[in-house]
Every structure is written in structure tokens, then in C-alpha cells.
Design a protein around this ligand. Structure first.
Ligand SMILES: Cc1ncc(COP(=O)(O)O)c(C=O)c1O
Length: 455
């Protein structure tokens, strides 16, 4: 007898750790995947707008990625080489550096890390601490940098931190410009300008209680924090302040890198240059790979300072090269911008047709829809309270209608769309129709629930 979802899920819940996460919200076993589509063990198909948390830039099993991996397997190249070099590694570095703005690439060094974004962040922390001799790190409210000790210490979300003692000390968090819920209660351009003035004040004030940091880490578009793009002017201010004070700026593009936001790298929107760039997810073309690329002046750490066994994944490099080349040859970054605009435009229509969407926002194909309770009391800017129960219901309704989406943001109340970058206009139309239906059904269900409670 064929094994269906319930067999795999029951087995998973009996064997796998209590810390497992996605299966709780997306309770399926995946048996087949191609492009944006996946199929579960019950034979049901889904649009995958999670795409491995933004990893699958070209979708599942893209022919160029599969061919590159098969060719590598046939070639007799070693599959694993620690950090010893190979022709594959040489080509990977050349391809990656060619994607970077030349003023960064011309002075850049690369470190291959353990194959996760979090390990890239750990490497960046060590790099800047070693180079500056300072001990503090600065990060931002809502920032997400991974789950290892150092990376988690730089992450805003309190829930994964609350049961873990002795995280990395000496981390200060600064306000990130979140227009819908402006930390200064002002919003708009004035809101982010107050934020940058406040930061400059903190950095200047000899009694701020915060010593000059070894580095500042930032996402240009916060992903897990709720899909919040930082304004270009604010980013330029951050870059100016950090340059003037010789504070290395670490730009974490683990999620935004390789075209997702409509540019090859999100920092290019602001025409700024990072001191350290953290990359993972898409660069491995669906396989695990992570690197940091940084200004040569920081290259002061010693041999073995960030050693690790799995830094030589040749298949990941082959898949990464194929992905980078495909993105460049087909201008997939521009495609992501165009389709992303269409996606957001259609979501704004859903917002006007329904009554629980506070804001639609994003950049390129990194899109968020903030679900709010319009029966609640708005703040003085007119923003409504988050509605996590309804967001969860919308996610469930999406999954039951064949659309995989993720939740993020404060209280998990932002529905996130991270489709593969090769998504077509027609697929966007289909996805929007499913989402619209799911929102309407969830609103109806929540009203009936309320009526039931009141009667
Ligand atoms: C911006 C950012 N940094 C770091 C990470 C951590 O990457 P990983 O989960 O591969 O450790 C993530 C993961 O989503 C991320 O979005």
C-alpha cells in the first residue's frame, strides 16, 4: 500500500525532535518537486512560495542545476575537499566575484564557511572582532541572523533566546526603520531620519553606555523580521556613520543575495559597499554552501581561525555556478523586480477587497502581507494590532488550497511570499487567486468563531 502524508507525519513526530518547525505549519511529506510546484504523498500539488526559505532561486530541480550536478558526478572530481582548492572552486569564486560591484570585488577576500548562513555570520563576527580588537557587536530590532550562539545573539526574536543561557554578551540592538510600526511613533521619512540621528547620537555620546562596536550587522530587507525593506537614505546614513568611525559594516544577504530583491545584491539598491558580505542559501543552487566576502584590510585573522570540515562542497559549487550563470544570462534579477511588482500590485487589490491586511510590502520577490485586527484599537499612526491567530488560519487555508507560504514578523503575523525567481506572471495570478480565497475564507471563519463564542 502507498504511504500517504499521515504515515510520514506520524513517523516524523514520533522520531524527530520537538524543535522541528516547518512540519507543524505545513503538515505534508513531499514526494516530487519541479520549478515552483511540489507534490505531497497524497498526490496533492502545491505552489511553493517558501522555496526552501528562499534557497531555491531557480526553483526545484532546475535543468541547468541538475545537469551541472550530474556532470560533476560523471567527471571524477572529488566531492569533498575541506578547503583545498579545485578547478570547480576556482570557477565558483570567479563567477561570484564577477557578480559583485567592482569596487567591492577588487579589494575582496573570500572565506568558505560551514555550509549555513549562521556559520557565515559566526565567521563575520570573528573576522571583525579580530581585525578591530573590539568586543561589542551592533545589530537591529527585528534582525535575523541564524540559530548558532553568536548569530542568535545578534537576532532580535526573543522566543528562541529565552531558554538559552549565556548567549554572546556585548550586543546592542538599534531601531530598524519599520514604517508600519515606527519605533519612534512617527513613520515616513521623518521616522527613519530620527532613527539614524538617534544612532549617530549613541555612537557619539561618551555616556551612551555602549562602546564602539567591532562591527554592525544588518539586513537590507529584513526577512524573518517581517519583510521590511530599509529606506535607501537610511542605509546610506548607516554606511556614512560606520565609515566615519571605522566600524565594519556586515551586510547579511543570506536571504536577499543573488537577485531576489531585483538586484544581484540588495545593498546595490542603495549603492553602498559593505565591509563584509555574508552569503548562503541561493549561492549553493539548492545545496548547502556559505561564504563571507570581505575587504582585504580586515584579513587579519590567523590560519585556521574559522576552520570547519564541510567547506569544500563541490556539488554545491557546481550547482551554484549553474545558478549564477543562469541568473546573469537571463537577467533573472530584473525579472524578479518586474514580477515582484506585479505580485505586490495584485496583493494590494486583495488588501482593498478584504479587511485584515494592514500593509503589503517588500522588494522584488521578497514580499510580506501584514495581517492585522481592524476591530482592535489603532495606534496614533492608524496601524492596527497584529492578528497572529488569523495569520495562522490564512496560512492553513492557503496550504489546504495548494499554496505553501510562511509566516514571519512580529507575533508571526506577516504572511511571507518567497517564490522561486523564475515564477511567471500566470503563476502569480493563480497564487493571488488562491491567497484571496484563503483570506476571505479565514475572515469568515474567524467571524463565525466569534459569533459562536458570543452566543
Ligand atoms: C538574513 C539571514 N541570515 C542568516 C540566516 C541563517 O541561515 P541558516 O538558516 O542557513 O543558518 C538566515 C536564515 O533564514 C537569514 O535569513
Amino acid at each position: 500500500m502507498e504511504r500517504g502524508n499521515s504515515f510520514y507525519l506520524n513517523s516524523q513526530s514520533s522520531w524527530e525532535s520537538n524543535a522541528r518547525s516547518y512540519p507543524r505549519k505545513i503538515p505534508i511529506a513531499i514526494t516530487w518537486a519541479k520549478g515552483i510546484m511540489v507534490r505531497d504523498a497524497d498526490g496533492k500539488s502545491y505552489y511553493d512560495c517558501l522555496s526552501g526559505a528562499g534557497t531555491l532561486a531557480l526553483g526545484h530541480n532546475h535543468p541547468v542545476v541538475i545537469e551541472a550536478m550530474q556532470e560533476t558526478l560523471r567527471s571524477g572530481l572529488p566531492l569533498h575537499t575541506l578547503d583545498l582548492t579545485t578547478p570547480m572552486k576556482q570557477q565558483f569564486v570567479e563567477e561570484l566575484f564577477q557578480c559583485l560591484p567592482s569596487k567591492f570585488a577588487n579589494r575582496a577576500k573570500i572565506q568558505f564557511c560551514g555550509p549555513t548562513g549562521a556559520d557565515g555570520v559566526e565567521a563575520a563576527i570573528k573576522l571583525v572582532k579580530t581585525a578591530t580588537g573590539r568586543r561589542n557587536m551592533m545589530s537591529f530590532h527585528g534582525g535575523y541572523h541564524g540559530m548558532t550562539n553568536g548569530a542568535l545573539s545578534l537576532t532580535g526574536n526573543l522566543s528562541p533566546k529565552q531558554h538559552v543561557a549565556n548567549l554572546m554578551p556585548d550586543v546592542q540592538f538599534m531601531p530598524y526603520p519599520y514604517n508600519y510600526r515606527c519605533p519612534f511613533g512617527v513613520g515616513g521619512d521623518e521616522g527613519h531620519r530620527i532613527g539614524s540621528r538617534y544612532m549617530e547620537h549613541v555612537l557619539n555620546d561618551p555616556e551612551s553606555g555602549i562602546v564602539r562596536p567591532a562591527g554592525m550587522i544588518i539586513e537590507v530587507v529584513q526577512g524573518e523580521g517581517g519583510v521590511i525593506p530599509a529606506p535607501v537614505e537610511w542605509l546610506r546614513e548607516i554606511r556614512r556613520m560606520t565609515c566615519e568611525r571605522e566600524i565594519p559594516l556586515i551586510i547579511d544577504e543570506v536571504q536577499t543575495g543573488l537577485g531576489r530583491t531585483g538586484k544581484m545584491f540588495a545593498f546595490e539598491h542603495a549603492d553602498i559597499t559593505p565591509d563584509v558580505l555574508v552569503l548562503s542559501k541561493a549561492i549553493g543552487g539548492s545545496l548547502p554552501l556559505a561564504v563571507i566576502i570581505y575587504d582585504e584590510s580586515l584579513d587579519q585573522w590567523q590560519p585556521g581561525a574559522h576552520a570547519g570540515t564541510f567547506r569544500g562542497n563541490q556539488l554545491g559549487m557546481a550547482a551554484g555556478i549553474a545558478t549564477i550563470q543562469f541568473i546573469k544570462q537571463n537577467q533573472i534579477d530584473k525579472h524578479a523586480e518586474k514580477v515582484g511588482d506585479l505580485f505586490q500590485y495584485q496583493l494590494v487589490n486583495v488588501k482593498s477587497d478584504t479587511s485584515c491586511i494592514g500593509e503589503v510590502r517588500g522588494k522584488g520577490l521578497m514580499i510580506g502581507v501584514e495581517i492585522v485586527n481592524k476591530e482592535g484599537t489603532p495606534d496614533h499612526l492608524g496601524s492596527y494590532p497584529a492578528y497572529p491567530e488569523l495569520a495562522k488560519m490564512i496560512q492553513q487555508q492557503c496550504v489546504s488550497r495548494g499554496l505553501i507560504v510562511e509566516l514571519g514578523g512580529r507575533y508571526g503575523s506577516v504572511v511571507r511570499f518567497l517564490p522561486p525567481l523564475i515564477i511567471t506572471d500566470e503563476q502569480v495570478h493563480d497564487i493571488i487567486a488562491i491567497f484571496h480565497d484563503a483570506v476571505t475564507a479565514s475572515e469568515r471563519a474567524i467571524i463565525s468563531k466569534l459569533v459562536e463564542v458570543l452566543s
